[in-house]
Design a protein around this ligand. Structure first.
Ligand SMILES: NC(=O)c1ccc[n+]([C@@H]2O[C@H](COP(=O)([O-])OP(=O)(O)OC[C@H]3O[C@@H](n4cnc5c(N)ncnc54)[C@H](O)[C@@H]3O)[C@@H](O)[C@H]2O)c1
Ligand SMILES: CC(C)[C@H](C(=O)O)[C@@H](O)C(=O)O
Ligand SMILES: [Mg+2]
Length: 359
C-alpha cells in the first residue's frame, strides 16, 4: 500500500538536510522495496513567508492526511522580531499539538567511529545507547496562563505555567516503561520534585504505574543531577523519561556525547502511530546556506520513520548500517571532523550514504 509522506523542509539548514534525507528514502523507492507518495509543504518561517502563518492551513490539511512527516528545522534571526504567534517555533509547537504527538523519542547512540569526536573520553561513551523519552505536548511549553504583562508600577513581568495532568504523565510514562521493556529494563525518571509540584505529581504517577512493570528497574533523579550524571557517567542510563522542557535541554546535552548535535534523530508519535520525524537540532543560522551541515541526524530520522510509522524495520537497519559504513570510511562533516578523517560537505555525505545503500 502506498504511504503518504509529508515533507516539511522548514528554515535555515532544513532544506539542505531534508534534500539529502529524501535522496536516501528514494533509494528504497527506486529499488522497489518502498511505496510512498511524497508531498512538500511549508512550516515555520517558510510557512510565514509563503502564507503568512508558521503552520498554514494547507500544511495542516496535508499533515492530517499523512502517514508520516519528515521535518527539517524551523527558525532563524530573520523571524525573531515577528509577533509571537507568527514565529517559526510556534508553528512547530502547533503541529506537534495538532497531531497529538506527545511521545518524543530521542536516541543518543554513539557510533564507535565517532568516539574521538565525543565531548567525553572514549571509555566513558563506548557503546553508549540511551533513549530519552520526552513528553512533547504539555508542560511549560503549553501551560496557561502565559505572557508578558505590565504591572501597575510600569515594570514588565513575564510568566509561564508548568502544568501536567495525571493522564498526560501516565501516557508518556507507559510509553517509557514499554520502551524500557524492549531494551535494558532500566528507566530513570527525571524531575524536579524537590521544588516543583507539577513534577512531584510526575514522580508519584511514575511510581504508581511502575507497579505494572515489575521487571523494569525504576529510578528517579532531579534534573540538575541528571544533567551532571549525563556528562559524568552516561552509560548508567538506558531509558530516561522526562517532561517537555527538561527533555529539550537534556537531549541537546546527550547529543554531544555522540559527537555532535548533527547526529541525533527523533520520532514524535501519537496514539495512532502517526509520526513526525526530525533531527533534534535547529535551523543552525550560523552555517545555513554554506552546504556544510551534517545531514545524518535527518537521515537517521528517516530510519526512525521506517521503523515506527512505515513498518519497514529492515530498511531502517540498512540506513543505520550505511551510516556506520560511511563513518568507517572516514567521511566526516565539519561538526564531527577529527584529524586524519576526510572532510565532506552536506551533499557529499548524503551521496556517500546513498552509495553505501546501493552497494
Ligand atoms: N526542531 C527545530 O526546528 C529546532 C530545534 C532547535 C532550535 N530551533 C531554532 O533554530 C534556530 C537556531 O537555534 P540554535 O542556534 O539555538 O540551535 P541549533 O541547533 O540550530 O544550532 C546550535 C549549534 O549547533 C550547530 N548545528 C546544529 N545542527 C547542525 C548540523 N546538522 N550540522 C552541523 N552543525 C549543526 C549550529 O551550527 C550551531 O552552532 C532558532 O530559531 C531556534 O528556535 C529549531
Ligand atoms: C524550536 C523549539 C520549539 C524546539 C523545542 O523546544 O521543542 C526545539 O528546541 C526541539 O528540541 O525540537
Ligand atoms: Mg531543542
Amino acid at each position: 500500500m502506498t504511504k503518504k509522506i509529508l515533507v516539511l523542509p522548514g528554515d535555515g539548514i532544513g532544506p539542505e538536510i531534508v534534500t539529502e534525507a529524501m535522496k536516501v528514502l528514494n533509494v528504497f523507492v527506486d529499488e522497489g522495496s518502498l511505496n510512498i507518495e511524497a508531498e512538500y509543504a511549508h512550516i515555520g518561517g517558510a510557512g510565514y513567508d509563503a502564507e503568512g502563518k508558521p503552520y498554514p492551513k494547507s500544511t495542516q490539511t496535508l499533515a492530517k492526511a499523512a502517514d508520516a512527516i519528515l521535518l527539517g528545522a524551523v527558525g532563524g534571526p530573520k523571524y525573531d522580531t515577528l509577533d509571537r504567534p507568527l514565529r517559526p517555533e510556534r508553528g512547530l509547537l502547533a503541529i506537534r499539538a495538532d497531531l497529538g504527538l506527545y511521545a518524543n523519542l530521542r536516541p543518543a547512540i554513539l557510533y564507535e567511529e565517532l568516539a574521538s569526536a565525543s565531548s567525553l573520553k572514549p571509555e566513558l561513551v563506548a557503546n553508549l545507547d540511551i533513549m530519552i523519552v520526552r513528553e512533547l505536548t504539555g508542560d511549560i511549553y503549553f501551560g496557561q496562563p502565559r505572557g508578558i504583562e505590565t504591572l501597575p508600577n510600569g515594570e514588565r513581568r513575564g510568566f509561564n505555567t508548568m502544568v501536567y495532568t495525571e493522564s498526560e504523565i501516565e501516557r508518556i510514562g507507559r510509553t517509557a516503561f514499554d520502551t524500557a521493556m524492549k531494551r535494558g529494563k532500566k528507566l530513570c525518571s527525571v524531575d524536579k520534585a524537590n521544588v516543583l509540584e507539577t513534577t512531584e505529581l510526575w514522580r508519584e504517577v511514575m511510581i504508581r504505574i511502575g507497579k505494572d512493570y515489575p521487571e523494569v528497574e525504576l529510578s528517579h533523579l532531579y534534573v540538575d543531577n541528571a544533567a551532571m550524571q549525563l556528562v559524568r557517567a552516561p552509560k548508567q542510563f538506558d531509558v530516561m523519561v522526562t517532561g517537555n522542557i527538561f527533555g529539550d535541554i537534556l537531549s541537546d546535552a546527550a547529543a554531544m556525547l555522540t559527537g555532535s548535535i548533527g547526529m541525533l534523530p527523533s520520532a514524535s508519535l501519537n496514539k495512532s502511530g502517526v509520526g513526525m520525524y526530525e533531527p533534534i537540532h535547529g535551523s543552525a543560522p550560523d552555517i545555513a546556506g554554506k552546504g556544510i551541515a551534517n545531514p545524518l541526524a535527518t537521515i537517521l530520522s528517516v530510519a526512525m520513520m521506517l521503523r515506527y510509522s512505515l513498518n519497514q524495520p529492515e530498511l531502517a537497519t540498512r540506513i543505520e548500517a550505511a551510516v556506520k559504513q560511511v563513518l568507517a570510511q572516514g567521511k566526516r562533516t565539519g561538526d564531527i571532523y577529527t584529524e586524519g578523517c576526510e572532510k565532506v560537505d552536506t551533499i557529499a555525505m548524503g551521496a556517500a550514504i546513498v552509495a553505501a545503500l546501493r552497494s
